[in-house]
Write a protein that binds this ligand. Structure first.
Ligand code: NAD
Length: 499
């Protein structure tokens, strides 16, 4: 059985017997590897290695740090196919989605290539008589990231790219469900010229997360995962005096106005609701048609489009999506469909009990469409995180606006319309962090920043972009005055030369 080791100080940690966690191949339903679960003593080793290199890295000029990012970008591009296959084999998403996962992370690395420009700081000449003021951003020291299973390349890169570009060392605790790609990224980072110990990977579960949150030498923690754990991480990390940002779950709505182009909407929805088996925090699992006519027309077009979706192994180039990540998750998603049925919703297309011929043990869930969903249903209030699309019918624009605004999650939302005024009104009033206008998955590009509202994010700084720079640095402000050198003023204007 393949063993997946931690990556400490530029090499493997040398696994000692201890707790392990199985890593599935979701497409076949086989266990393909075991990953070691680390503890506080392993974390101490990582922190010691990080402490040894971080001050030197912080003093390395930003253009040299950027050069490492440039080389890292090239190495990822060179290794894209292998990385995508490795990622798909542990996660289950199809190869194109796996490449997208890597590509969106890479865009943050590209942003980091410009870090000297971003870190220039601020300066005021003559803030008072002979007084200048300047502000600089300095790294926190050692940062840590705790990441979910669903984007094992992109989310680690959001975090370690930004954290290291601005001068921190970084310890990554990836999901124990698909831990191989994060290790491979750390190896490539060293190959790109990063000092050994700058980026390390420690595997683990709650025990390791708690060790990170309590460690006195870790100054900042970025978390992405489900909301209850995000909230826990936020509270415990802040109580320990750390800076914490913790992104949580989602239930993104797509509002369909009566004037929307329904063919385009159906096309967008099949990708946004079912792509990556719905295991995206920016998936669109709730569609809100406005008016009964819109709802009926949309449903009529959605049914054949959903029935035409092809579910397959992650390497099937024709497949729209692959299996979900684990057998427990398959059972959970199917359990939510049971709940919706019990609650009185109409199961229009039922993905329960789906098996893929030749891969009967894989963790597949067929595409599912549920209509007549109402806001009092638990299956509406909670995140399903599977290939399930729910229809919640709204009478008018105001009701449609209220649904995402009043939902406990506030990650993303989209409106489909040809009416600029309605779109503008919606974008300004909706109580959600990221808004798409005729864009189903409005993940901001790398030079903006990513973050939801309400229970989708705890803490007040977003991921990547200038928000990421803010999170991973602290501001120092210098107020300076240089009196002229001569006590009697005789050499007031003699300025030293460089010789
Ligand atoms: P998860 O919360 O189960 O795990 C996330 C991380 O927390 C993992 O590294 C895991 O090892 C760790 N963890 C698990 N249980 C823990 C515990 N009891 N105490 C401390 N740490 C623990 O999430 P997941 O299933 O890996 O990922 C899916 C979730 O992540 C979904 O809710 C999804 O919406 C969310 N997500 C959010 C965003 C966002 O940016 N808002 C992005 C991607 C995924």
């Amino acid at each position: 059985m393949r063993m997946i080791d931690h990556f400490l100080a530029g090499g493997t940690a040398g696994l000692t017997p201890g707790r392990t966690h199985r890593v599935w191949n979701p497409s076949t339903g086989e266990v393909q590897a075991q990953v070691g679960l680390g503890d506080a003593s392993l974390l101490d080793r990582a922190v010691a290695a990080a402490r040894a290199v971080q001050p030197g890295w912080a003093q390395t000029n930003p253009q040299r740090r950027a050069r490492v990012m440039f080389r890292f970008k090239e190495l990822i591009e060179k290794n894209m196919a292998d990385l995508a296959h490795l990622l798909a084999s542990e996660h289950g998403k199809v190869i194109d989605d796996a490449k997208g996962d890597i590509q969106r992370g890479l865009e943050v690395i590209e942003y980091c290539c410009g870090i000297p420009q971003v870190l220039k700081g601020e300066f005021t000449l003559g803030a008072g008589p002979g007084i200048d003021v300047y502000s600089m951003r300095q790294p926190l020291g050692i940062g840590a990231g705790i990441t979910p299973f669903n984007f094992p390349a992109m989310i680690p890169m959001w975090m370690f790219g930004m954290a290291t570009a601005v001068g921190n060392a970084f310890i990554l605790k990836p999901s124990e469900r698909d831990p191989s790609v994060p290790v491979r990224l750390a190896e490539l980072f060293v190959e790109a010229g990063a000092p050994e110990g700058l980026l390390q990977v420690v595997h683990g579960d709650k025990e390791m997360v708690d060790a990170i949150l309590d460690h006195p030498d870790i100054a900042g923690v970025s978390f992405v995962g489900s909301s209850d754990i995000a909230h826990y991480v936020y509270k415990r990390g802040v109580a320990a005096g750390k800076r914490v940002q913790a992104m949580g779950g989602a239930k993104n709505h797509g509002i369909v106005m009566p004037d929307a182009d329904l063919d385009q909407v159906v096309n967008d929805l099949t990708g946004a609701a079912f792509g990556s088996a719905g295991e995206r925090c920016m998936a669109l699992p709730v569609v809100v048609p406005v008016g009964a006519d819109t709802a009926d027309a949309l449903r009529e077009k959605l049914v054949p489009a959903i029935n035409a979706l092809r579910v397959g192994v992650s390497t099937d180039p024709e497949a729209h999506y692959g299996p979900v990540v684990t057998p427990e998750h398959k059972a959970r998603v199917e359990g939510w469909i049971d709940t919706a049925e019990r609650e009185g919703a109409e199961i229009v297309i039922d993905g329960r009990g789906f098996t893929l011929q030749g891969h009967e043990n894989g963790f597949y869930v067929g595409p599912t469409l549920i209509d007549r969903v109402t806001t009092d249903m638990e299956s509406y209030r909670e995140e399903i995180f599977g290939p399930v699309l729910q229809i919640v019918r709204a009478r008018d624009f105001e009701e449609a606006l209220r649904l995402p605004s009043e939902h406990q999650y506030g990650n993303g939302v989209a409106i489909f319309t040809r009416n600029g005024h309605a779109a503008r009104e919606f974008a300004s009033r909706v109580n959600v962090g990221m808004v798409g206008i005729n864009v189903p998955i409005p993940v901001p590009v790398a030079y903006h920043s990513f973050g939801g509202w309400k229970r989708s994010a705890f803490g007040d700084t977003n991921q990547y972009g200038t928000e990421g720079v803010k999170f991973w640095t602290k501001v120092k402000t210098v107020t300076q005055r240089w009196p002229d050198g001569g006590g009697d003023g005789s050499n007031a204007f003699i300025i030293p030369t460089m010789g």
